[in-house]
Ligand binder design. Structure first.
Ligand code: EPU
Length: 431
């Protein structure tokens, strides 16, 4: 089993460049299925979720390739089937958005209930209700949704919760609907705005993305375009926390401050210096200890649930007690037992975690419980004394591109087992 080995205690220093966003890429890729022809996407990360979605596309008869210049080319000129590869769909969450795209383009589709990180129930009822309001017939049999629609018809939709996935899915579905669709109480994340910009660049008419009401005037046809995926704000946040927890000084290039305001504000509250610099953000800790701070996760523009986990790792070393309240998912605290193995003092009750800061963490074998839980154990291990052995890398590989090499570039003593074997079993930085 592949593992990561980290010998902690090294302050991170230098420059790291943030790659393209996972969540933006997979949403735009689903949108690209609407478009006959070759869509070119720049800045798509080479991560497991992207590969899984491309494999789903391959089964649909959609060819794709990463060109020499790094851009991803998706050729959705004609699909050979609208039945998706169910086992692949079950490996990730955003694969479900393929349903709306296939229905909009071909009028029928078969898509399994999606998977994704195990962080709560994660139903798809908002997606289903929305698609049904747009005129589609859907039945669920043996975990597979079978959908049929002659053509989507615009409607007024209101989400019970500003779900990122449902907002993206319904935007994609409504692009080629007959008439106007209005989605109220929708999500306002940067990835929603970028998906709307991508679809508009393909000829869609979408207004209001980034506000709580999105209006979509259906169009007859879409055409291919070239488009840039956003820098990954969660990767940027993870590097920021890694710099902070190790007492480091790191310039995170391509990080967009406007996409990460609540995270940067909480870092400052914890006593970390944050400044925008060049085309990025510089994060530096000069104080010997981190200050405790309370966090409540909220839909964007609140504190992102995806950063709750790495941030909790940071607060394990604060001088005092911090409270974290998770309002988006009902069980996103599984990783805390892994942090406890490193010496953290965390008590979880329902949706709240009480973190009593300790003076030091010490290395131990731990596992990644999910993607961001994996990020939490990595950043904690960077600050822990001695060696930490991390398993469960399939979660981390879903969303972080070149994490080990990037952290090593900042001075971290970190290796993957494949590298360790190649180095003849060398211990992680025995120097
Ligand atoms: N929800 C429902 N019904 C639905 C859809 C959502 O009850 O039909 C609930 C969810 O169970 C959750 C809340 O609404 O409690 C918010 O879910 P949302 O739909 O916004 O999440 P998502 O679209 O499934 C995306 C990201 C997640 C991120 C959330 C929240 C992707 C591929 N995933 O998921 O990212 O946590 O938004 O910001 O975009 C991650 O990157 O680690 C990750 C889990």
């Amino acid at each position: 089993m592949e593992k990561i080995y980290i010998r902690g205690g090294q302050p991170l220093a230098g420059v790291v460049a943030v790659g393209g966003s996972k969540n933006d890429s997979v949403a735009i890729m689903a949108g690209a299925l609407l478009v006959p022809g070759k869509t070119i996407l720049r800045n798509v990360p080479r991560i497991r979720d992207v590969e899984t979605l491309l494999e789903i596309f391959r089964h649909l008869g959609v060819a794709s390739r990463f060109r020499e210049d790094g851009a991803l080319e998706i050729d959705a000129t004609e699909l050979s089937t609208t039945e998706t590869a169910h086992d692949l769909v079950r490996q990730m969450r955003a694969s479900f958005n393929v349903l709306g795209a296939l229905l909009a383009r071909y009028g029928h589709a078969e898509v399994a209930m999606p998977g994704g990180c195990d962080i709560g129930a994660r139903p798809v009822n908002f997606h289903i209700k929305g698609l049904q309001h747009l005129g589609c017939r859907l039945r669920l049999e043996h975990g597979i949704y079978f959908g049929e629609v002659k053509r989507f018809v615009g409607a007024n939709l209101s989400l019970e919760f500003p779900s990122a996935g449902a907002t993206q899915h319904l935007m994609i579905a409504a692009c080629r609907a007959r008439g106007r669709t209005v989605i109220e109480n929708c999500a306002v994340e940067p990835e929603i705005v970028n998906l709307a910009e991508f679809l508009n660049a393909c000829g869609a008419h979408i207004r209001g993305a980034g506000t709580s009401t999105i209006t979509i005037e259906g169009v007859e046809e879409l055409h291919p375009t070239e488009f840039n995926v956003l820098p990954d704000r969660l990767q940027a946040g993870t590097y920021a926390v890694a710099a902070a927890i190790t007492g480091g000084d790191v310039l995170i290039r391509h990080a967009v401050a406007a996409h990460s305001r609540p995270v940067l504000a909480k870092l400052q509250e914890a006593g970390i210096e944050v400044e925008t610099a060049g085309d990025g953000i510089r994060v530096r800790r000069v104080l010997p200890r981190i200050r405790p701070t309370d966090i409540k996760t909220m839909p964007h523009p609140g504190f992102p649930t995806d950063m709750q986990q790495p941030f909790a790792a940071l607060l394990t070393l604060a001088e005092g007690v911090s409270m974290i309240t998770e309002t988006v998912y009902e069980s996103r605290f599984r990783y805390t037992t892994e942090l406890e193995k490193l010496g953290a003092d965390i008590r979880v009750e329902g949706r709240t975690a009480k973190i009593t800061g300790v003076e030091r963490l010490t290395g131990a074998p731990v596992t990644c419980t999910d993607l961001r839980g994996g990020a939490a154990v990595v950043v904690a291990a960077l600050a822990a004394e001695g060696e930490t052995e991390i398993s469960g890398l399939e979660h981390l590989d879903r969303g972080y591109e070149n994490l080990v090499a990037q952290l090593r570039g900042l001075g971290a003593h970190i290796l993957r087992s494949s590298e360790k074997r190649a180095a003849g079993g060398l211990r992680v930085c025995s120097a």
